[in-house]
Design a protein around this ligand. Sequence first.
Ligand code: KG4
Ligand code: ZN
Length: 342
Amino acid sequence: THEPLVLGIETSCDETGIGIVRGRTLLSNTIASSMDEHARYGGVVPEVAARAHLEALQPAIEAALAEAQVSLSDLDAVAVTSGPGLAGALMVGVGAAKALAVSLDKPLYAVNHLVGHIAADILTGDEVEYPTVALLVSGGHTSLLLVRDLVSDVELLGETMDDAAGEAFDKIARILGLPYPGGPEIDKAAATGDPQTIRFPRGMSRASDMAEHRYDFSFSGLKTAVARWVEQREAAGEPVSVPDVAASFREAVVDVLVTKALDACARHDVPRLLLGGGVIANKRLRDVALERAQAAGVAVRIPPLSLCTDNGAMIAALASELIMSGRPASTLAFGADSTLPV
Ligand code: KG4
Ligand code: ZN
């Protein structure tokens, strides 16, 4: 079968990702991040992200083509994230992709960002098997999905009702006086802390939540609990051990993520779990997932971090699968859809 050469554009949050694949082979994965520009605001600022994409796109496309040693005219198709994500940021990528496809007279594929995260796994070169449960955790999303078939059957089991997991790390870091992005900082602090010090709440895990929200997540209660704990300590003039709070907080997040993911595997009788998103950088999360999955007879797949964080290669990979399965291209009528369902 013909292996299409696809360029993928990802601009749903603060990473400008350009990836090029041929069939299931990764040729380049170029990422420009505007993270530094958001640092002083303590979170991603949509307008800043959109403008940064506009500036980064052209050089990122050129770098990706050079790395893959192909030219624009070689491409068989252009792919782009059309949602979900930040509306303005998505719009820049969608506009660029349309311009590229029209000017090159190539087919254009609009794809879903979350399904793209799942497609990243294909680029590892290992045999991928379905069905699988997928847990996607980043600064922008926390979603649990059941993938029976990548191109035709992806079901959203649950997602966060408030903050994303990475966002929770970022907010707790702020409470503890640590810099943005908070994930790596909390991780560092937690290394010398005792996770048993404080039993923070596991959101959406009460029996009363389990009917309707079995696979949904909530981190705002946890955030409030940490803030209150720190305030009470300080008001009483007692010392706050940042490592202990960080370790206890991290344990609560990791526990609820892994418990729900493995519960989904068990209930759907799926012996596979795929992890994705920037929070996968958290070693405690990977360790606990691997340990508990092994005990449950579930095989865990964790692509390299460069494919877990937002990137264009996963978008190109998904479009490549769509093309190889005979899907027609998108018409130019689509737009950015910040709440695009899977
Ligand atoms: O996927 P990603 O790179 O980008 C977006 O969400 O757009 O994820 C970034 C998020 C941030 O919230 C960051 O704090 C979190 O992932 N993160 C971590 C770690 N490294 C990054 N969270 C927990 N532990 C980490 N080691
Ligand atoms: Zn993402």
